[in-house]
Design a protein around this ligand. Sequence first.
Ligand SMILES: NC(=O)NC(NC(N)=O)C(=O)[O-]
Ligand SMILES: [Zn+2]
Ligand SMILES: [Zn+2]
Length: 453
Amino acid sequence: MFDTIIQQGIVVLADQYITADLGIKDGKIAHIAPHIDAAQARKVVDATGCYVLPGMVDVHMHISEPGRTEWEGYETGTQAMAAGGTTSFVEMPLNTMPATTDVESLNVKLKAAQGKSYVDYSPMGGLVPWNLQDLPRLSEAGVAAYKCFVATCGSGKPGDFKNVDDYELYVGMQALAKTDDLLVIHCENAALTDKLGAAAKAAGKTKVSDYVATRPVFTEVEAVRRVLLLAKETGCRVHIAHCSCPEAIEAVFEAQAQGVDASFESCPHYFLLATEDLDAIGPKAKCSPPIRDRNNQARMWDLLERGMIQMLGSDHSPCTPDLKSSPNAFEAWGGISGCQNSVDAMFDAAVKKRNISPVTLMQALATEPARRFRLGAKGEIALGKDADVVILDPNQGYTVTSDELYYKNKFSAYEGFEIGCRVTHTFVRGHLVYQLGQGIVSEPVGQRMVVCK
Ligand SMILES: NC(=O)NC(NC(N)=O)C(=O)[O-]
Ligand SMILES: [Zn+2]
Ligand SMILES: [Zn+2]
């Protein structure tokens, strides 16, 4: 007897897509067949004409709880993910207060998450100037990976996050190589971006496009190449966060060819937006690395089309409206709210508009992120995997409006976007969490994921 049968969907597997029935039992994918007798199920969902996808595994998400719950929080952030077809995520160690930089702050975060998450989660630890000695204890506590910045970051307030210098990075990498942990790195050259920004501000050049001009591609590529060299020297497993340009991605491929254990992600906003759009949208579209121009965007699409975008993470980095209201882009918060539209906006733009295979897209959104972050039960529709399943209707379009956003602060860079498909059902380990038209239809069933080191 199955708990649920999802009937006659276009089931996207790791290497192909087929029209099939999916049998879910005890939270797992139990059966995939051309037809399963509906009498064998407690619940039947008709997915005829719809895609049946593995739920997105978002490895770059800022929930901002504990500490900055006015920015987001587990309840609203994970409801938004569920509504958008994300079924699990790796939670960043920053934007929370305190930042997650030791076992004590990790326990504060885990307590905050308890009973509030609608999708599955795994915390990350931070690598900061003052916790190089704490790394092994954090590793034993089971964080999925570590995050650090080589670009300037942090408010300077006690408990907040802070970027590392090259020496701290080198020593931290040596420690993480010993515990076989993955280090996720924000790569932009701090001195160049800080001082180019200061010069632009002094010259009164403060539009979003002026901000973009102060973080040119080479300031990202220099930092990517620098951290990859240190990874090669130390044997640390590294993952380059939010690559915005093909030149940064090329640097990762070169390092991989030299045997460096390196990976990267990009983000939907580098595919869906371009610098030319930003002054009209305003600071809601400010992020770092910045959203590059149309030429860069086209070359990123070409890489995705060729299956060379290893992973896509939302980098959902929300804040309160006041932090996105200044006409001076340099004063606005750097971060984009977008996790509710990672799957549908990318599916529409990639599969429907560019005829990219749904297999290629879901490899980047789900399968590869789960593999790289060692979330063994996640990321794929296959027998024995968690039944983290999303039904997407390619024939139902809609316009992104703030009233349908689940975020604590209901604004997004994608407001007004016409999206030509929509998520109709989201299952987390077989629990139906979201259903179009009814909204969130379950309790907070999310739980901490096991990292299979
Ligand atoms: N503190 C942040 O949320 N930073 C994030 N902000 C962006 N990307 O603009 C990031 O990932 O760097
Ligand atoms: Zn970052
Ligand atoms: Zn981020």
